[in-house]
Design a protein around this ligand. Structure first.
Ligand code: SAM
Length: 342
C-alpha cells in the first residue's frame, strides 16, 4: 500500500479513537442523557443541570460538536442522531463501544508497563479507573443480553428442560446479574443465585433486580466462587465470560466443585468467546477485538479458551459436553451434563 494511503488510513483510525474518547466522557458524566432531557441548552443551562465544571464543559461541547455528537444554533447545543445513540438509555445505545475504547487504552498502558517484568496483577487493574468501573456491568449487558434472550435461551434445550421441573440456577462470576434476570424472566420456575468477587457488581445486581421486581427469585452474594458453599445442589450452573478467569489458577478446584454441587442430570452452561484454532482467523475484523482483549486478559492473569479445550475439561471429569456456536462462531456455549442416576 502506498505510504500516503497508509498515512490517511492511520489518521482516520486515530480520529475514530478520539471520537470515542469524547463519547466516553459524555457517557460517563451523564452529558448525553442531560441533553436528551433538556432538548436544547446553552452552557449555563447545561452546567446547572449536570453540576460539572463550566470550563471543562465548554471544551467538551466544542469537541463533541467537532466530532458530530452535538449541533449548535444561537449559542445552544443539542444532540445529533449520533449523540443521541450514545445515551446509555437509548434502546440501541452505542455506549459499550465508547466504554470499551477507553478501557482498551487503559489496558494497553498497563500491558506496556508490565511487559518487562512479566507481572500479571489480576482483575484489580479493572478497578483502577473510577470512571470506568461502574460501567462494566451495563457494557456487557448491553452487548450480550439481546443475544442471550432472543437466540441463546431458545437455542439451548437445557434451559427449557430445567425450567420445566424448576429448581436452582447458579451464576458463577455473575457481574451485574443481567444473565440471571434475563433467565428468570424467561424461566418462571427457576430460583437464581449469583456470586461475584467484586462488591460493586453485587451492589448493582441487587439494585437492578429490585427495580424489575425479581428479588424474591433472584439473589446475590459477594465472594470467591471457588469458596462458595451451596445450601442445596443446583439444577443449572452458568458461567458467562468467567471460566477463563479461573482457568489458569482454579480449574482443578472448580470442576470437582461443580460435580459435587450439581444434581444428577444437572447442567453446566458455559459462555465464552471462542478463541480460534487457526491464527489466520484473528485477521477478521470481529476477531481483532478478541485478540486485543486477550492481551488485556493476560494482564489479569487469564487467557481466552478454544471451545474444544472447554469440552475436553468436562469430559475429563466424566461430564459429557457439547458446544453451540453463535455470532458467526465468535461466541461459544458449552453445555455439560452431570450423568443422571440410573
Ligand atoms: C468478564 S466478567 C463477566 C461478568 C458476568 N458474567 C457478565 O456476563 O456480565 C467476569 C466476572 O467474573 C468474576 N470473577 C472472576 N473470578 C472470580 C472468582 N474467583 N470468584 C467470584 N467472581 C469471580 C469477576 O468479578 C467478573 O465480574
Amino acid at each position: 500500500m502506498a505510504h500516503e494511503t497508509l498515512l490517511q488510513q492511520m489518521r482516520q483510525q486515530a480520529q475514530g479513537a478520539l471520537s470515542l474518547n469524547i463519547a466516553f466522557i459524555g457517557v460517563t458524566q451523564g452529558i448525553f442523557e442531560a441533553f436528551a432531557r433538556l432538548n436544547k441548552a446553552n452552557l449555563t443551562e447545561l452546567v446547572k443541570h449536570v453540576h460539572l465544571d463550566q470550563g471543562y464543559l465548554r471544551r467538551w461541547c466544542d469537541a463533541a460538536y467537532a466530532f458530530g455528537y452535538l449541533d449548535q444554533q444561537n449559542q445552544q447545543f443539542f444532540l445529533t442522531e449520533q449523540g443521541d445513540l450514545m445515551r446509555p438509555s437509548h434502546p440501541q445505545t452505542l455506549m459499550p463501544i465508547a466504554i470499551q475504547s477507553v478501557l482498551s487504552a487503559h489496558m494497553a498502558e498497563r500491558a506496556a508497563s508490565l511487559m518487562s517484568s512479566g507481572e500479571r496483577p489480576g482483575e484489580s487493574v479493572l478497578a483502577e479507573r473510577s470512571t470506568i468501573l461502574p460501567w462494566f456491568g451495563s457494557m456487557i449487558e448491553t452487548s450480550f443480553a439481546p443475544l442471550f434472550q432472543n437466540v441463546i435461551v431458545p437455542g439451548i434445550p437445557a434451559f427449557a428442560e430445567v425450567d420445566q421441573h424448576g429448581g436452582l440456577a447458579v451464576d458463577l462470576g455473575c457481574g451485574n446479574g443481567w444473565y440471571l434476570r434475563a433467565l428468570a424472566q424467561r424461566c418462571n420456575h427457576l430460583r437464581c443465585l449469583g456470586i461475584d468477587g467484586f462488591a460493586e457488581n453485587i451492589k448493582q445486581a441487587r439494585q437492578h433486580t429490585q427495580q424489575v421486581g425479581l428479588q424474591d427469585r433472584v439473589s446475590f452474594v459477594t465472594g470467591d466462587l471457588l469458596e462458595l458453599e451451596l445450601n442445596e445442589p443446583a439444577d443449572l450452573m452458568a458461567m458467562n465470560r468467567a471460566l477463563h478467569h479461573v482457568w489458569e489458577q482454579g480449574l482443578d478446584r472448580l470442576l470437582p466443585w461443580m460435580q459435587h454441587n450439581l444434581k444428577p442430570g444437572g447442567y453446566v452452561v458455559i459462555w465464552e468467546p471462542a478463541w480460534p484454532a487457526d491464527p489466520l482467523v484473528l485477521r477478521q475484523p470481529d476477531y481483532r477485538n478478541m485478540a486485543f482483549q486477550n492481551l488485556s486478559e493476560h494482564v489479569q492473569g487469564n487467557h481466552f479458551l478454544k471451545p474444544e479445550e472447554i469440552c475436553d475439561a468436562f469430559y475429563s471429569v466424566g461430564m459429557p459436553a457439547r458446544t453451540y456456536l453463535f455470532q458467526n462462531g465468535l461466541e461459544c456455549i458449552t453445555v455439560a451434563q452431570k450423568p443422571p442416576v440410573v
